[in-house]
Design a binder for this molecule. Structure first.
Ligand code: MN
Length: 546
């Protein structure tokens, strides 16, 4: 009996599968660091990219797309560093069908290259201003050139799903004949349906040599990225481009969690993914991106294994398969009773087991702590516990993040030294910030004051004033979105602030911070975001001030 039959699925499964061309195993091509980083609001530092790459390798992805070295010095450095980490997986670099792009991937000494050029008439006419013949000859020339340096070449006909099918086949055959070893089929704008994508994959499979691996790259503009990916796999595609939590351009890419677990549970198709690391990988990404996993996100959202109805809850106790397609433990989510246990123990005063339980709980959430950090986390939990609060998973993570800073520690160019706020009735809210700003390993002090409609506004205005004055090459950073939430009850709750900052070039950065004082959480969240913006421009602009 196949794995999937043991667990669930429809009793008619054999009849349904009769007409499919399922591969024996599917290769996971992770593009979290490339397409994923193109998510509005997301920008990874070099250290974060390395941490993510190591986690993806531990998770068992087959290929990591580390970036597109030609686009920026940041991408270039990341591609170079990640290639040198000695990971088990293949590290691939993205390039347009263009000499300077391909040369950059060669310089970064990457395992393989992924080249692309648009093939739809729309892109040819309005973007590339090239004829079909010119595109074909560019594909042949540049892939032949790349072949002198790489054994593995993946080719993508960008906007494949809106390309004339005959021309799409022609372009892919030309790529293979010139030396491409894998063919990726991007639904660049997320405009195909599952039967439409299946049709294209079947036509390509029939036209291409059998040893050429076909890959799916689907976007979620209509919420169909996973469905389309699976439809492609049903027709013999044996590789999927995915990202952790489905991050990516616009509405994102197909999510690794959904694709991999559907293959396992619904199709009985294997991947190299170690399922037990799925949850911790999702949590790591949530922490680094400052994006919150929606509660109803499949598999890893906090509601995914929660049962509200009494009838369901009762049945799940008798047999979890009644209302749960898979058990949460399979993907590394601890059962909630286990979590409560850990929390009860951890609050216990003077218990040595407390620290151990917290550490193992944090480990399962993807957070590593040393002994000193653990002691500090334990102290803070104890204070909250003494206040009679129930400590949730989210509280624990928030406390750990506060103690650890972001994970991994981001190089800070700006630190808050002092904050004074005056507010009340019949007073103009006024704030003064004193910052330490680092330039070439020298710290200097900067003070600014501003007024605002309230204490948070005044503090953020003062901060922004000091920042713009010093980093005049970056310019004025605007607060595009602000969101405050109390993550525990009561007036002494931890205030969790998320901000979205926008720099003068329209680049968005999401950041957050947690503190008992909401003015402090607001200022710290903004400082976290500003540090990220400085980190981004540091490599591009040599001297960020004057
Ligand atoms: Mn894409």
């Amino acid at each position: 009996m196949t794995e999937s039959k043991k667990i669930f699925v429809s009793p008619h499964i054999d009849d349904v599968r009769k007409d499919l061309n399922l591969p024996d195993r599917v290769y996971i091509f992770d593009t979290t660091l490339r397409d994923g980083e193109q998510t509005p609001g997301i920008s990874f530092t070099l250290q974060e990219k390395i941490t993510i790459a190591q986690q993806l390798d531990k998770l068992g992805v087959d290929i990591i797309e580390a970036g597109m070295p030609v686009v920026s010095k940041g991408d270039y450095e990341a591609c170079k560093k990640i290639s040198k980490l000695g990971l088990n997986c293949e590290v691939i670099g993205l390039a347009r069908i263009a000499r300077q792009d391909i040369d950059k991937v060669i310089e970064c000494d990457m395992d393989s290259i992924h080249v692309f050029i648009a093939t739809s008439d729309l892109h040819l006419k309005d973007k590339l201003k090239m004829t079909r013949e010119e595109v074909l000859s560019a594909i042949v020339h540049e892939i032949e050139y790349a072949k002198e340096h790489f054994n593995i070449i993946e080719f993508s006909a960008e906007d494949a799903t809106r390309t004339d099918l005959d021309f799409l086949i022609k372009a892919n055959i030309a790529a293979v004949e010139a030396g491409a070893t894998r063919i990726n089929v991007p639904d660049t704008v997320g405009t195909i349906t599952p039967p439409g994508y299946a049709y294209i994959i079947r036509k390509l499979r029939d036209a291409l040599p059998k040893n050429i691996r076909i890959s799916c790259h689907c976007h979620d503009d209509f919420g169909l990225s996973t469905a389309n990916t699976l439809a492609g796999i049903e027709q013999g595609a044996s590789q999927a481009h995915t990202t952790i939590l489905g991050i990516g351009e616009r509405a994102g890419n197909a999510s690794m969690e959904e694709v991999v677990m559907s293959l396992y549970a619904l199709y009985g198709v294997q991947t190299n993914i170690k399922y037990k690391f799925i949850y911790e990988t999702a949590i790591l990404l949530e922490q680094i991106t400052n994006m919150r996993i929606p509660v109803n996100f499949p598999l890893v959202g906090s509601n995914a294994f929660r049962h509200e109805s009494g009838i369901h809850a009762h049945a799940v106790i008798m047999n979890p398969r009644t209302y749960e397609p898979i058990g949460p433990d399979l993907i590394g989510i601890p059962r909630s009773d286990e979590i409560d246990d850990v929390i009860l123990q951890s609050i216990g005063v003077g218990k040595h087991s407390g620290g151990h339980a917290i550490a193992s709980k944090l480990n399962r959430l993807g957070v590593m702590v040393d002994r000193i950090q653990l002691q500090e986390i334990k102290n803070r939990i104890k204070v909250l516990g003494d206040k009679g609060k129930q400590i949730t998973d989210q509280d624990l993570l928030a406390i750990a993040q506060a103690v650890l800073g972001t994970i991994p520690e981001m190089e800070k160019s700006i630190e808050l030294e002092e904050l004074t706020v005056v507010c009340g009735m019949n007073v103009t809210p006024t704030a003064t910030v004193r910052l330490k700003i680092k330039h070439e390993d020298e710290w200097s002090e900067h003070i600014a004051s501003a007024i605002g409609v309230g204490p948070v506004d005044a503090a953020c205005n003062a901060l922004s004033k000091a920042f713009t004055r010093y980093f005049n090459k970056i310019g004025e950073v605007k607060l595009a979105e602000y969101n405050l939430e109390a993550i525990t009850g009561g007036t002494d709750a931890l205030g969790h602030v998320r901000v979205r900052l926008e720099d003068p070039r329209g680049f968005l950065v999401d950041a957050r911070a947690t503190h008992e004082d909401i003015v402090m959480s607001s200022v710290l969240a903004m400082i976290n975001g500003l540090n990220r913006i400085v980190a981004k421009y540091k490599l591009e602009l040599n001297n960020l001030s004057n």
